[in-house]
Write a protein that binds this ligand. Structure first.
Ligand code: NAP
Length: 502
């Protein structure tokens, strides 16, 4: 049952000002519009809750994370139903994303219990050394209340109880979520699961609040609230940069962990394209059009040598793409931005390979554009993300031009190399360039389908993210919400249980 309210410190609160959801299918619902007063209340309660939750034991937080996972699973059917109505994504995708969300919560519960995340270090006292050395210990401590922005393109895995929330709660931070207005009903049901978990685990109700959007003031006042100590965000470069600037201009600037745009280039080397034209073409089309191309890891650009193999590859991709029916996008705004992104490609002398035109609707058809290396290198806008199922093939004159394109690429979440046999020596030249550009480098694969594991990096130099040393997926993402503290000569009786047990 949808209440249309915000969850603030264990209470469901609403007001007279309402916004209506615009689902892709099914009925719309009315939701209370968020405001600054709710943000203030949630941030104050989050600080209050931090005084207990921030000092809780890892096994207590693990039980809480496992309980949230259990409560989400209990509401699985309801979440899938409203999630697919709101986003237009198929039920299967919602079910897969729920499994990932629940899996992330359980993974963090396990991760904190083995204690490695504390990065415990100990230099014993050397009283006889000249000068004497005191006893020095270090552990990571949670930083306080965190603001989390739900993402439009991951209604579960990057929203209310998604990766940012799971890693912040695992660290011992409290959380204020700003729900995305593209899926307020999905956010609310997950908030109901959290509310029940808080009660069942007897956790301070201010540990996590969920405020719906409907008003820009919510996000702006949230990142500027003096009690908020860091922000987790997934979304557009424009929105992320605006919020990042607000964080930087606060009296006390705070870290803004924004995961923003990426075109995820693929460098297809000569032997690979000649040996596996069809295989790479169908893999690319699958990855490019998965989820209507609405993934931050969508491989938007393929760089190939300008020869007969490139022409065969383009033909193959064009044929495969032309067989795909129009698919509904997440929001009207996203489909409008997709259409204008495709128009921008044409205006920059990229040749459109298909005659299909996207109509003025929420449904999108995949598109393919082709340009040459010289044109790409001279027009900066061709390196910008078109969020949706649009691909650009860049035909380069030779390998030197391919290397130059790699050097000119902006920061990326991923870069991919397709290579076979004697492509090795070319790939060896690309790797040192690409590892300065991206958080993840892939060989002979496709970047969509991000594994949630210990060694995953989902981040990269700006504009892929606003913080190049961080990841928003995988267990290392917990580090964003921790800060090392060194304890010098502090007696055991004063130390936190995490230090004493080490
Ligand atoms: P968005 O516009 O960046 O919004 C994400 C969140 O930030 C929303 O909660 C939004 O609030 C808030 N926000 C954005 N600008 C703000 C500002 N100036 N002040 C305060 N809050 C602000 O992303 P989106 O809504 O998901 O989609 C818009 C476009 O982003 C898409 O067309 C697409 O191009 C791109 N996108 C990229 C990725 C990616 O992974 N690279 C993912 C999703 C979207 P409101 O609800 O008030 O708008």
């Amino acid at each position: 049952m949808i209440k249309g309210k915000h969850l603030v410190a264990g209470k469901w609160v609403g007001g007279d000002s309402l916004f209506e959801s615009s689902p892709a299918t099914g009925p719309s619902h009315k939701f209370s519009v968020g405001n600054t007063e709710l943000v203030n209340k949630a941030a104050e309660e989050a600080e209050e809750a931090f005084l207990s939750y921030g000092y809780s034991k890892p096994n207590e937080r693990a039980s809480f994370l496992n309980k949230i996972a259990e409560e989400i699973e209990k509401r699985g059917k309801e979440i899938t139903e409203i999630g697919s109505q709101e986003t237009g994504l198929p039920s299967q995708r919602l079910e897969g994303e729920r499994a990932r969300t629940v899996g992330q919560l359980i993974l963090f519960a396990k991760h904190i219990q083995n204690g490695d995340y504390l990065d415990f270090r100990h230099d014993i006292a050397l009283p006889d050394r000249n000068p004497p050395r005191p006893e020095i210990k270090l552990i990571q401590r949670p930083i306080g209340p965190i603001a989390v922005f739900g993402a439009s393109n991951f209604p579960l895995a990057f929203s209310v109880a998604g990766g940012d929330t799971a890693s912040a709660l695992a660290a011992g931070c409290t959380v204020v979520v700003k729900g995305h207005s593209a899926h307020p009903g999905t956010s609310e049901i997950v908030a109901q699961a959290i509310d029940d978990s808080i009660k069942k685990c007897n956790i301070h109700p201010g540990t996590i609040s969920v405020i719906q959007g409907g008003n820009r003031d919510v996000g702006q006042s949230l990142v500027q609230h003096p009690l908020i100590k860091a922000v987790g965000f997934t979304g557009s470069l424009t929105g992320g940069k605006a919020l990042f600037d607000l964080c930087a201009s606060r009296e006390e600037p705070i870290p803004f962990f924004g995961e923003l745009g990426s075109v995820n280039p693929m460098f297809i080397l000569p032997k690979a394209i000649s040996n596996r034209t069809k295989e790479i073409a169908s893999g690319w089309v699958g990855s490019l059009t998965l989820g209507v191309g609405q993934f931050c890891t969508n491989p938007g650009i393929a760089i190939v040598l300008d020869d007969e193999n490139a022409e065969n590859f383009i033909k193959e991709v064009t044929t495969l793409i032309s067989e795909i029916d129009p698919q509904i996008m997440l929001t009207d705004g996203i489909s409008k931005a997709y259409r204008s992104g495709c128009d921008r490609m044409s205006s920059l002398n990229a040749i459109k390979c298909l005659e299909n035109d996207n109509e003025n609707s929420r449904k999108a058809l995949p598109q393919l554009f082709v340009t040459n290396g010289e044109n790409w290198l001279s027009q900066k806008e061709l390196s910008e993300e078109v969020f949706g199922p649009s691909g650009l093939v860049v035909k380069v004159a030779d390998f030197d031009e391919m290397e130059l394109i790699a050097k000119k690429m902006l920061g990326q979440l991923t870069c991919t190399i397709h290579l076979d046999g004697e492509d090795q020596h070319k790939a060896k030249k690309l790797i040192p360039i690409l590892e300065r550009k991206a958080g993840r480098i892939i060989a002979n694969g496709f970047p969509t389908g991000v594994e949630v594991c210990d060694s995953m990096v989902h981040g990269g130099p700006y504009p892929a993210s606003t913080n190049f040393g961080a990841t928003s997926v995988g267990t290392m993402s917990i580090r964003r919400f921790l800060r090392p503290v060194c304890y010098q000569n502090i007696p055991n009786s004063l130390l936190n249980h995490d230090l004493i047990s080490n």
